[in-house]
Every structure is written in structure tokens, then in C-alpha cells.
Design a protein around this ligand. Sequence first.
Ligand SMILES: Nc1nc2c(c(=O)[nH]1)N[C@H]1C(S)=C(S)[C@@H](COP(=O)(O)OP(=O)(O)OC[C@H]3O[C@@H](n4cnc5c(=O)[nH]c(N)nc54)[C@H](O)[C@@H]3O)O[C@H]1N2
Ligand SMILES: Nc1nc2c(c(=O)[nH]1)N[C@H]1C(S)=C(S)[C@@H](COP(=O)(O)OP(=O)(O)OC[C@H]3O[C@@H](n4cnc5c(=O)[nH]c(N)nc54)[C@H](O)[C@@H]3O)O[C@H]1N2
Ligand code: SF4
Ligand SMILES: [Mo]
Length: 654
Amino acid sequence: MSTSQPVQLRTACNRDCPDACSLLATVQDGRVVRLQGDPRHPVTQGFLCHRTSRFLERQYSDERITEPLWREGDSFRPISWDQALGQIAAKMLQFRSESGPTSILYYRSGGSLGLMKHVTDHFFERFGPVTLKSGDICTGAGDAAQMADFGEEESHDLFDVWSSRSIVLWGKNLYASSVHLIPVVKEARRRGARLILIDPVWHRTAELCDRYLQPRPGGDAALALGVARVLFERQLVDPEAPRYCDHLEAFRGLATSRSLDEWAAEADVAVCDLEALAELYAERPVSTLIGWGLQRRTRGSATIRVIDALAAISGNLGLPGGGVSYYFKRRGAFDLSFTAGLDAAPRAIPEPMLGRGMLAAADPPIRMVWVTAGNPVAMLPESRTVAEALRTRELTVVVDSFLTDTARCAHLVLPTTTLLEDDDLLGAYGHHWLAEVRPVAAPPPGVKTDYEIAQLLAQRVGLAEHFSAPAEEWKRRMLRGVADRGAALEDLRSGPVRNPQAPRILFADRQFATPTGRVNLIHQLPAEATPVMVPEPGQPPRMLLMPLSTEKAQGSQWVSGADQGLLEATVHPDSAPGFGDGQAAVVESELGRLRVRLRFDTRQRRDVLLVPKGGWLRQGRCANALIPARVTDAGGCAVYYDTPVRLLPDQEAV
Ligand SMILES: Nc1nc2c(c(=O)[nH]1)N[C@H]1C(S)=C(S)[C@@H](COP(=O)(O)OP(=O)(O)OC[C@H]3O[C@@H](n4cnc5c(=O)[nH]c(N)nc54)[C@H](O)[C@@H]3O)O[C@H]1N2
Ligand SMILES: Nc1nc2c(c(=O)[nH]1)N[C@H]1C(S)=C(S)[C@@H](COP(=O)(O)OP(=O)(O)OC[C@H]3O[C@@H](n4cnc5c(=O)[nH]c(N)nc54)[C@H](O)[C@@H]3O)O[C@H]1N2
Ligand code: SF4
Ligand SMILES: [Mo]
């Protein structure tokens, strides 16, 4: 029986998603009964994605952890916060005095993108500094590319595409991972823009587009170089380019090092596709929106650099409706000077190699690990190595709301808040609006935010004074660079606020942030690239395993019921001779095997096998158990999509 009138409270979605939606929560008797997108927010536009529109099932799930748990063998028993924190503090002090703080590894991932998480980072920095991860399994290769090319990584205003003549979605699945971009590009199209998708995987985004190219996975560098070659040959390169580009002649040399036929063959597209794309790039302005998938490959960073170069030489930088947008500086508005991050760390383990790195670390070895806001066993390559490394430390602590694959490797699991209970600040990596996250529901008793946990630990290790401030004080501190420009906490509380520092057009003066002030064009490709899957006579077809975002999950956080049964693997029927649609089969890589249910799709290329990312190891659904840990050419991203696999009949699994 309800007793009180429902109220509507505003917060923001802290999930690892470009959209950072403004949420309206209807609360009755202390319980959130409805979640909606804020219609007043220019990007959220009143709707939510599938996974968060079903978040209340997760919020009120029986499987949530609400007390600290201590693992004994494979089972867990509850212990009090006081015991848990007492034990952790004692071990931290012991490890620090015996082996130095470097013997402790602090790992944080994208469970929440709230800026308050940097305060927890800061706690470990003050205590240590301790060992951290380096690189970034999500965007690292592309980040490094754009920094090398432009000396800066930012994007044009989201709505600037309304000035574009063409919009190139270079490897971007809007329906899975950027749903709030859909109305924006639809409007651009209504205003006359042409839309092009370049993606080896067919998905519904293709239906929004005027043109769809389906190159070989990892074929993008060849594709872009082929297009650049056409631009050079037809004198379509911007005559001003020599003024604002370094290495133009060397880039021309690279683009003309192969014939058009050769580039087309390498990219597995037609020569006429290269020509058509060149004509399109020559008709300015063209906005290139680069997705995050294509850089998770062997030479992912160089690939983004070639696309940057194509946008530069075609004269599409620095003008409205142009640009090459990959990442919006989500932290740009915030003053995070209280923490030095990686710069202070005495040691760092490359994130893709986390499992092997933990096992191999010496002088000192990693004795303790703190994992927060992440599920690295399910989400990092070589899942079994990550699990083994976590299980074999002297103390592994995992902070989460659920008993994930990673939590199951911990000695101690600490229960934490969900996005509806959090108190934080947000920027977005898909637009320039800022938001405050407000608790719209009280957490269950016994559940604490990451910051509260850090505060309680600080009291036990002699750092209390540094972490006594309430969250609100930290928020104000982080906003101090923009507070007097219309982005104070009060402004964020009253409605959507755009980062006052974010430009609408990047490099409008064609001055770049590189040492020379010019674009640093790539002029050499790394030798190693995505392996090409050519059919071998008499051999079962080989495909590249592509575990991609699904609308049914946020990373390894599935909407309820979607994580059951065999993992679905989508293939072209020609790549599964002897198998039937809907049949169970086994996917085998050099590292392991995974049982799947096949789904045939003739729109897919024959050299890919698609599975959703985020499956759990414990449920036999984890693609990362098949993927060897490897680092991209630059930027320390993980090579997630370059693992060859083949199909075996199901009975061979046992
Ligand atoms: N529903 C849902 N949304 C999510 C997430 C989720 O787990 N579920 N995850 C979030 C996270 S962590 C992130 S980082 C973001 C971005 O998450 P991502 O899933 O990385 O998003 P996309 O930018 O769409 O990049 C994926 C696209 O890249 C394409 N791609 C892969 N390889 C190549 C290639 O060689 N060439 C080309 N041209 N394309 C290629 C894939 O086919 C796919 O369509 O989304 C977030 N949004
Ligand atoms: N095979 C394959 N693997 C991939 C990818 C891929 O495309 N293919 N994509 C990669 C990418 S782009 C990314 S970003 C990573 C994502 O990897 P992770 O960031 O590890 O992803 P999640 O599975 O979302 O795990 C987040 C965890 O944080 C918890 N959590 C939520 N909010 C909070 C909080 O406030 N505090 C704490 N302490 N915990 C919280 C959630 O319950 C969840 O268990 O995965 C990568 N892994
Ligand atoms: S996950 Fe992304 S699209 Fe979904 S509600 Fe959150 S911010 Fe919006
Ligand atoms: Mo990501």
C-alpha cells in the first residue's frame, strides 16, 4: 500500500556510455518506481536506452550484495564493516611497511564514470602511491592517435553535424552504444546531409545511411589510404594543406605506395567505393565520427591516424560541419589537480596485460589488489589468467554491488551503491553537457559509496584529515574552474549545463596543439596488422572473433534474463558448413573453447564471428577467455577483435 504522493527527482546516468543521460526518477515511499529520460535535456530528449530503462530490476534484484563478504573456498560469509575494514587496513599497513606501497595494485574501471572516483584514486595515491594500470582498454589506441596528430583530443559540438554535407560514421553502432546520437543524425539527414557507414559488421545503423561500406575487419587504414590516393591523383587535396600539415609529402608517398587496386583488395572493397568516398570527402564539409571499435585491433592507433590524415588533407578540419570526432573530453571541465594519477605511480601494469602483469610483477610482487567499478575477469582479455592472478594474491578486495566473476576471486567483497544511490559529478564522452548525480534512493543499510569506503579506510590508516570533507565539498572543488562561467553546482542542479570551456568547432584557426602547430600526418604503417582470414582448402573456415556491445548489457551488467543459455554467435552460413541455424557449436581459439548457439545472417561478412561482449566466465559465456592478452600498436588498448577462431561440432567440447 502506498502512503505518500510520488515525487520526481532528477539525477544522471553514470554508466560507461557516451550519452550521460539526464534521468527522472519517480520515487514513492522511498522506492524508485519509474525511470525516464529527461525531456528537457538536449541530448537525452526524454528517452533511455534499453539497458537503463530496465535498471530497476537490477536496483531491486535479490542478487545485490548488502553486506561485506569474506570468501572461504568457493563460498562467502558475511562479516561486519568494522571487521572487514580493520583487516584491510592492517594488511595495507603491513604490505606497505614490508614491501613498499608498490606491492599494492589499485584497479578501477568504468562501472561508474563519476568524477568522485578520482577521490578514491587519490586515497590510494596518498597512502602509496601504489601500482596502477596504464593504457586504456577502451579508447587508448585512438586517444594516442589523436594526441599524436593534433596534440589534443576533443570533438566538435554534437549538433555541429547539422552543418555537415556528409557524415561518415566510421565503425559506429548507434543502436547498440550511442542511441542518443540517432535523433541527431536523423535530423542532419533531414537537413540534407548524406550519411555513410563504414563497418565490417552489418547492423541496423546501415539502414539509416545513404551508403554502407563493409570492409575487411582491420581494413580501414588501406581503405583510407586508397581514398587519399584518389584525392592526390585528382588534385582534390586542400590547396591550403601544406600550410597546416606536417609530412604531407611523406603521407602522399604512403598513399601512393600501392595502386588503387591493391588498396581496394586489402580493404576488400571495390575501387569505385574508394573513388566515391574520395569525391564525398572533397565536397566539404564532411564530419567524420570515429567509433571506438576499430582501434581495438593490432594496429588500431595507426588506423585512426590514417583517418585523421584523410580528414586533414581533404580540408575538413577547423570548419563548421567538419572535424574528426572520436572522444569528447569528459573530464575537461573539472579541476582534478588534487590527484596526479599515473604520473605519481611508481609502477604501472598495462591494462590489457593485467592478469599476466600481476603474476609476473617482482621487486616487489603484487601482494594486494583493490578492484573497484570493474569486472576485469569478464572484461579483460585472458579471463582465466586474470582470475588466477586475483585468486593468488595475499589479499584481493573487490567493491561491487553484485557477485561478479571478479568478486568471486576476491577474499573480501565490499557492497557498494548503484547509479540511483550515487552522489557525484559527470561529464560525457559523447557530448559536452555536465551533470550532477544525486542519490534518488537511499542505499540498503550496509551499502556504502566508494568515497565512504575510502573515508572509513582513511581513518584506519592515518589519512582521516585528507578525506573528511563531504562529497559536496569535493564537487565544488572540482567545479571551481567553471563555477563562475555558469557551471556551478547550483547551475547543474537547475538544468542541463554545457561545459563553458568546450569549443563548438575545433581548430577553427587551423592552429593545432602539436609542437609545430600543424597536423602531424602519419607516414608509416606498423608492420603487424589484423590477420587476414583466407579460406584454406580442406580446412574449416577461420573467422575473427568479434565480441561487441549488445543493447542487452552494459559491459558485463546484463538486463535480467538476458544472460541465460548459450551465448549467441552470429555468422554467415557459408562460414559454418555442416552446421544449422540455431544449432549449438563450439568456438575454438588458440586459448580455449566456448559453447555457443549459432545464428545465421547472410548480411555478415564470412570472416567474422560475432558474439556479445560481457558474458560471464562462470556461466560459460565469456568471449574474453578465448582472447590472448595483447596490446595495440600505441596507447595501450587491448586487441579485442583480432583473434582467429573456428567452429567445431558441439560434442567435441566435452
Ligand atoms: N548497449 C551497450 N552500450 C554501450 C556499452 C555496452 O556494453 N552496451 N559499452 C559502452 C562502452 S564501454 C563504450 S567504450 C562505448 C563504445 O562502445 P563500442 O561498442 O566500442 O561502440 P562503437 O563505437 O559502436 O564501436 C563498435 C563498432 O565498431 C565496429 N568495428 C569493429 N572493428 C572494426 C573495424 O576493423 N573497422 C570498422 N570500420 N569498424 C569496426 C564494430 O563492428 C561495431 O559496430 O559504448 C558504451 N555503450
Ligand atoms: N571482448 C571484449 N571485451 C571488452 C570489450 C569488448 O568490446 N570486447 N570492451 C571493453 C571496454 S570498451 C570496456 S570500457 C570494458 C568495461 O569493463 P568494466 O568497466 O569492467 O565493465 P562492467 O562489466 O560494466 O563492470 C563494471 C562493474 O562495476 C560495478 N559498479 C557499477 N557502479 C559502481 C560504483 O559506483 N562503484 C563500484 N565500486 N562498482 C560499480 C558494476 O556492478 C559492474 O560489476 O570492457 C572491455 N572488454
Ligand atoms: S546507459 Fe547511456 S543511453 Fe542508457 S541511460 Fe545511461 S547514459 Fe543514457
Ligand atoms: Mo569502453
